[in-house]
Design a protein around this ligand. Structure first.
Ligand code: ZN
Length: 174
């Protein structure tokens, strides 16, 4: 960030009065540009004993499989974001259920949240963000081609919980 988006003055990095860390600040209009973690919301879409995965057609990790998920938009809840991202990436209209995993990734300033989600029918398909969308049984999950560590560990925890017939909320760190 170089120029203030409010008054076009040059931005400086400084510790504002009363604060304890450096912020992008406009010396002309005193606006402070806070840079905080972003939330990625997604689903574990379940159809019978299968899980819906999307093959990414966009970077990062194009060509790898993921659970449908993406950055929240302003004005929506985490459940709404998870539903929307699932629809945008897979065309599946799910019933969003309980929160399953909260994945903290402080290295890249992100929090990934995955909800259990039921598919009431097998309607889904490729989209502009996914070159392929498919249902996988647990023994067919392409573990070596999973796009992100948060997705891989969420899938592992999901299968373990399903074996125990009890789904818990998982707080994970990466
Ligand atoms: Zn300004």
């Amino acid at each position: 960030m170089k120029y203030c988006s409010h008054c076009r003055a040059d931005i400086v990095v400084t510790i504002p009065p009363g604060d304890n860390r450096e912020r992008y600040t406009c010396p002309a209009c005193d606006f402070i540009f806070y840079d905080n973690p972003r939330i990625v919301a997604g689903c574990i879409p379940i159809y019978g004993d299968q899980i819906l995965l999307c093959k990414r057609s966009i970077e990062p990790r194009s060509g790898y499989w993921t659970l449908p998920a993406g950055f929240m938009e302003n004005g929506e809840t985490t459940q709404q974001g998870a539903w929307r991202e699932t629809y945008e990436e897979s065309m599946a209209k799910v019933e969003v259920g309980q929160l399953f995993s909260v994945c903290n990734v402080p290295r890249i300033n992100q929090v990934h949240m995955f909800y259990l989600a039921q598919m009431t029918n097998a309607t889904f398909g490729a989209t502009s963000e996914s070159s392929d969308v498919a249902l996988f049984s647990s023994q067919d999950i392409p573990w070596d081609e999973i796009a992100f560590a948060t997705v891989k560990q969420t899938l592992e925890r999901f299968l373990a919980d399903r074996d125990q017939n009890q789904f818990q909320l998982h707080h994970l760190e990466f």
